[in-house]
Design a protein around this ligand. Structure first.
Ligand code: F6R
Length: 263
């Protein structure tokens, strides 16, 4: 795993965007992005939007697949992931809405929703660059602790910690949907490259478990240790639980110039 420790959240956004842009450029205009919602990647999206506005990155022919969606929230609800992705990714990054996909959380279609989403990803040729956040409990997507490390897109029940954490997007914890549809850990692991961004003290335990702990479904993100091309871009606070933090900084500082993204 490549670990890049940045001074602060702003820098995580800049380096996260630089990494995603570099990987996307290697693939070409028809790159397939995997996109997360939540607070963590917002700075990265804003920096990517600047690159697009400056003409340094063109995503007009790209496709995107969101990680997850709440079950039963109307698509027009501002906190539905359909609406969130449109607002924070599709519009600012100049993506074609016809090529932006979000899992179908309509309760009347749930029996086929997972398979349909998997088929759409396969038809697009798979995800080239997956942008990830991480929950305080180590979830990636909405794969809560004890999710199968080989799971595919399916319905999950949100963990109590996730409901509490996501209550800030709703009027109250009671208003947070209890169920979601999420790409599985196996689905996420099929992405050819993964860039995880995390900031703040509340993510320190999860990042320590993901980077340095054993691979375990109790910390779903720890599956990334098995990924051949995963990068974690985190700030000092999120890195504060790492035992080998100095080593990761030393590794990055000694990379050849062509591999560095200028921390
Ligand atoms: C979002 C997602 C989640 C979030 C995680 C962190 O699509 O699947 O895994 O990335 O809950 O959320 P924030 O970034 O809001 O702390």
């Amino acid at each position: 795993m490549e670990i890049i420790i940045c001074a602060n959240e702003t820098r995580v956004g800049e380096i996260g965007a630089a990494k995603v842009a570099q990987l996307a450029a290697r693939v070409g205009p028809k790159v397939v992005l995997g996109v997360a919602t939540g607070s963590s990647p917002l700075a990265t999206y804003q920096e990517l939007a600047k690159l697009v506005a400056a003409g340094e990155l063109d995503l007009s022919a790209a496709s995107a697949f969101a990680l997850d969606e709440y079950v039963g929230l109307p698509l027009t609800h501002p906190e539905s992931y359909h609406a969130t992705i449109a607002r924070t990714v599709t519009v600012p990054l100049g993506l074609d809405p016809a090529r932006v996909h979000v899992p179908d959380g309509d309760p009347t279609h749930l029996d086929t929703a997972g398979a349909r989403y998997e088929a759409a990803i396969t038809q697009a040729g798979g995800v080239d660059v997956q942008i990830l956040g991480v929950g305080a409990n180590g979830h990636i997507g909405f794969n809560e602790p004890t999710s199968s490390l080989r799971s595919r897109t399916r319905i999950k029940t949100l963990a109590p910690r996730t409901i509490t954490d996501n209550a800030r997007f709703f009027d109250s914890a009671a208003a947070v949907p209890r169920h979601c549809i999420t790409q599985g850990i196996g689905t996420i692991m099929d992405a050819r490259a993964i860039v995880l961004v995390a900031t703040g003290e509340t993510k320190a335990a999860a990042m320590a478990a993901i980077i340095e702990g054993p691979i375990t479904s109790m910390w779903p993100g720890s599956a990334l240790q098995l990924h051949p091309h995963a990068t974690c871009v985190i700030d000092e606070a999120a890195a504060s639980g790492l035992k080998l933090k100095n080593y990761y900084q030393q590794v990055y500082a000694n990379l050849p110039d062509w591999q560095r993204l200028d921390v």
